[in-house]
Design a binder for this molecule. Structure first.
Ligand code: SAM
Length: 240
């Protein structure tokens, strides 16, 4: 059998996402795990065309296809280590949702929170995203339950949602910050708790019993927390 020759396909982004997630660390591993997080998909000037989004408001959810732009330069691997396997065992890349793929394309079903036009540009508000800020978007399609939802599908190592049962408590300073800034960041305490309940640490750090300090950029904030004895404490939050 001869191998067919293919053309190279070139895609240009149709948009870019403005996301509260400013670092890869602590982004949930799939969409809708942190439901209150919201991103804004801005169509590029080239695709901000009258009528291009007409009818999209009739779909509650959308498939977003995007480029894993931040890990592009690291290439890909035929076998990868899914976090679900504790970071030790390997699986074939096509049996996983790893970012290190031959074609670094991501696919997420997210909530459609509405679209609008501003100064000639088109925007869609998206709920529950798992995308890094500035991710290039290559396509948008409606999510269609009758053919896209398969409730009795087998899902290998990912049959159930990853556990999100890390207890999260808050210091008085961190609670006060949320209260003082409620108008700028209305759901901050819920969002941060939802992210940290999933324990974003890499698998090899989860065995560590000594206290560990972490921080991550979210919106224009720096969120700091400590983990000790499998308990998370949000210690403080400050503006960048
Ligand atoms: N739902 C998508 C899928 O299945 O194709 C993405 C799954 S992937 C496991 C999700 C992770 O991709 C996030 O936790 C984040 O660390 C990473 N990520 C998100 N946006 C990215 C980007 N633009 N470049 C590289 N990695 C990204």
């Amino acid at each position: 059998m001869t191998t067919p020759s293919f053309n190279l396909f070139q895609f240009k982004p149709i948009g870019i996402i403005h996301s509260p997630y400013k670092q890869k660390f602590a982004i949930p591993r799939q969409p809708r795990l942190v439901k209150q997080i919201e991103g804004l998909l801005a169509l590029t000037d080239e695709f901000s065309i009258e009528g291009i989004l007409a009818g999209i408001e009739n779909y509650s959810h959308l498939w977003i296809t995007f480029i894993f732009h931040q890990t592009l330069s690291q290439g890909w691997s035929a076998k990868v280590r899914p976090p679900r396997l504790g970071g030790n065992d390997k699986m074939g890349v096509f049996a996983t949702r790893s970012t290190f793929r031959p074609n670094p394309i991501g696919l997420s079903a997210v909530e459609n929170l509405g679209h609008y036009q501003h100064e000639g540009k088109y925007f869609i508000r998206l709920g529950g995203i798992d995308l890094l800020d500035q991710t290039p978007i290559v396509d948008i399609k409606p999510y269609i339950p009758y053919c896209d939802a398969i409730p009795d599908a087998q899902a290998g190592i990912a049959q159930t949602q990853p556990s999100s049962n890390m207890p999260v408590s808050w210091s008085p300073q961190a609670i006060a910050f949320c209260k003082q800034n409620i108008h700028s960041y209305p759901n901050l305490q819920t969002i941060v708790s939802d992210i940290l309940q999933q324990d974003p640490r890499p698998a090899y750090k989860k065995k560590n019993i000594l206290p560990q300090n972490y921080s991550v950029y979210l919106y224009d904030l720096n969120i700091h927390w400590t983990i000790e004895n499998q308990q998370t404490l949000v210690t403080h939050i400050n503006k960048k």
